[in-house]
Design a protein. Structure first.
Length: 285
């Protein structure tokens, strides 16, 4: 190795060492400034738009619940929406002017998020900390990559796995061979199994299992009319006078229910499905 090459290596090592020292040097005593990336709060947010590889996903808040509005209309998963909104409380110890965006990989950001009137653009990763450059307003911030990871890649990622909405309160169930109906505050089954009577507590637990039914998977329905023809149906009458119609697409090796009005298929483990379809099984009778 020539002396010139050795000198170049020494200079390169010095530059790298200096860069690392500048990046990781301790802050001066009392310098604990953190920059908020947003002036909004998650509690007050009313609309969300995610732009990802040409796909626009729009959510709107109605009352206390979030709903998908584009490219389809459906109830949204509140937990996943909450993760998106976490960026509103994010802070960063580093802030740069939003100029020369090419160096942050933000000249043409592939991922964009808009919450109410504020926009967030996601760029490249910092080479040392592996944090992500995020532009908002007149500045660029360094944030953990988890904020972009919370954004949906497709609308189905945000669908609520809950079969019934919070305000959908059943007062009657019509299954293949039985009808369970609430009258004067008590539940009754027609017909009853000879010699076996369910208690009101057992009925209440069964009804709650429907109200709290969370699917292990949910997909948009692609069933042709001939594929759903002849399938066993379930009608759930609600307190507000509306009803929910379900079709049992299969029961083994898992229960798949098609919610007709939403055009979505909900998957449940076979054992959970047995309890939903039979109050006696749910009660261990």
């Amino acid at each position: 190795m020539t002396s010139r090459s050795l000198l170049n290596l020494v200079l390169l090592a010095a530059v790298v060492s200096l860069a690392l020292w500048v990046y990781f040097k301790p802050k001066p005593q009392g310098d604990t400034q953190e920059y908020r990336v947003s002036s909004l709060s998650a509690e007050n947010a009313q609309s969300i738009r995610v732009e990802w590889q040409g796909l626009n996903i729009v959510l709107q808040k109605a009352g206390e619940r979030w709903h998908l509005m584009q490219p389809l209309q459906a109830r949204a998963d509140e937990i996943k929406v909450g993760r998106i909104l976490e960026i509103l409380a994010a802070t960063s110890p580093r802030r740069f002017p939003a100029t020369e965006l090419e160096r942050f990989d933000l000249a043409q950001p592939a991922v964009r998020l808009r919450i109410d009137h504020e926009s967030f653009y996601f760029g490249g990763l910092a080479p040392i900390s592996n944090e992500q450059y995020v532009a908002s307003g007149d500045n660029v911030y360094l944030l953990a990559p988890r904020y972009v990871a919370a954004l949906p890649r497709q609308p189905a990622d945000l669908l609520s796995p809950k079969l019934l909405a919070e305000n959908e309160i059943p007062v009657a169930f019509e299954l293949e061979n039985i009808k369970v109906i609430q009258q004067n505050g008590n539940w009754h089954m027609i017909p009853q199994k000879p010699g076996v009577t369910l208690t009101q507590n057992e009925f209440n637990h069964w009804v709650q299992s429907w109200q709290q039914a969370y699917a292990t998977g949910i997909t948009l329905s692609a069933n042709a009319p001939n594929e759903v023809a002849g399938k066993q149906s379930i009608k759930i009458t609600l307190r507000d006078g509306n009803s929910v119609q379900l079709l049992i697409l299969q029961q083994q090796p898992e229960l798949i229910l098609l919610r007709v009005d939403a055009g979505m298929r909900y998957r449940f483990p076979a054992e959970s499905g047995k309890r939903l379809l039979d109050p006696y099984t749910a009660a261990g009778r």
